[in-house]
Design a protein around this ligand. Structure first.
Ligand SMILES: C[S@@+](CC[C@H](N)C(=O)[O-])C[C@H]1O[C@@H](n2cnc3c(N)ncnc32)[C@H](O)[C@@H]1O
Ligand code: SF4
Length: 333
């Protein structure tokens, strides 16, 4: 049995480690009221939301220490000037969103652990009782950084795991060991290794699952490689999804890049629809402004070009594979 938390499937004992901190971040009257407003927006199919964003993705930096061939940063964002967000800028954004938001996701494109202020940013968000998540390629993690991240109050660390052959696993075992040592208690931070499922054998994926769990990973998840990046239809690539014309993300989340530019979704891979700038404008002027509302209205009529590369409007429900699905696939030959 799997339970969906933040749109990703977990076994009940894994979900149980995440839920208490998530609930704690909701238990503030303005956040609960905002969550109810978001429900009402959905129920009454409002095109201009009364609710403010519940999920905020902030990109601490777009610098990176890798050049992954499948990544939109490499494929479509080569002309972007590179910059770290400063702590003062991050604080300004938190001041604008923390009253109503519940979750802060600290990445978009680039490696968040390269940002010199990453631990201070986590601490700032965690102090405001926001549930904090980082996705990282993990390469910069050592005992000291792992400890600093745990001390900063990080709730959840996803390590993007690129495994093509068994020998690649040694690097991730070392990362798992270092994170296991740094944990403050059994849950802080919750550590997930997100394996990019492309063309590996089911045996290699099952071995990865067992090995990383044995080295202290709280969960190991398998994320299908998005097909549009990779023209070869790999064994685990996302199947084509039916076209959709509406999506709730534009009513509940906002993405803010390292230069303050706001977007509706991390799947605006070419950064084609900037909707304002949180460092120059009031949050409400962006969230309820003309550009954001035009996009929401468009979604109800015709799919905007940026959404054509979205793997699924149910996004994470469809992009994650469970180990049982992988094993079934193996048994079926
Ligand atoms: C863009 S990265 C940014 C954070 C960090 N640099 C990292 O690699 O985790 C965020 C996530 O997107 C995933 N990703 C990048 N390209 C992808 C693709 N074509 N299909 C599926 N996931 C992809 C990465 O593996 C990573 O888990
Ligand atoms: S490490 Fe992350 S951001 Fe950097 S190129 Fe790879 S997937 Fe993209």
């Amino acid at each position: 049995m799997y339970l969906h938390v933040l749109n990703q499937p977990y076994r009940p004992r894994e979900a149980w480690k995440l839920v208490p901190a998530l609930v704690r971040s909701c238990l503030r009257p303005p956040r609960m009221a905002n969550w109810l407003r978001a429900l009402a927006d959905r129920l009454f199919k409002r095109t201009v939301p009364n609710a403010r964003p519940l999920y905020i993705m902030v990109e601490p930096t777009n610098h990176c220490n890798l050049n992954c061939a499948m990544c939109a940063r490499v494929l479509y964002q080569r002309d972007r000037p590179l910059q770290h967000m400063s702590l003062a800028q991050f604080q300004r954004i938190m001041d604008a969103v923390a009253k109503h938001a519940v979750v802060v996701l600290l990445w978009n494109y680039g490696e968040p652990l390269l940002c010199p202020d990453i631990c201070a940013m986590v601490a700032l968000a965690a102090k405001r009782r926001l549930f904090t998540v980082i996705t990282s390629n993990g390469l910069l993690l050592d005992d000291r950084l792992a400890r600093d991240l745990a001390d900063s109050g990080l709730h959840y660390l996803k390590v993007s795991t690129l495994v093509e052959k068994e020998a690649d696993l040694a690097r991730y075992v070392a990362i798992a060991d270092c994170l296991a040592k740094a944990k403050i208690n059994t849950t802080n931070p919750f550590v997930d290794f997100t394996v990019i499922a492309a063309d590996q054998t089911p045996e290699l994926l099952a071995h990865t699952d067992r090995l990383l769990r044995a080295h202290g990973a709280d969960s190991v998840s398998f994320r299908r490689l998005d097909q549009h990046f990779d023209k070869r239809p790999g064994r685990w690539a996302m199947p084509r999804q039916p076209q959709h014309s509406t999506c709730r993300r534009v009513f509940t989340s906002m993405v803010i890049n390292s230069n303050g530019e706001a977007f509706a979704c991390c799947y605006d891979l070419k950064l084609s629809r900037p909707l304002g700038n949180l460092l120059r404008q009031h949050m409400d002027d962006v969230w309820r402004g003309g550009a954001f509302n035009r996009l929401r209205l468009e979604m109800g009529e015709q799919l905007p070009p940026m959404c054509r590369t979205c793997p699924s409007p149910r996004y994470n429900h469809d992009v994650y594979l469970t180990i049982e699905e992988i094993e079934r696939h193996a048994a079926a030959g």
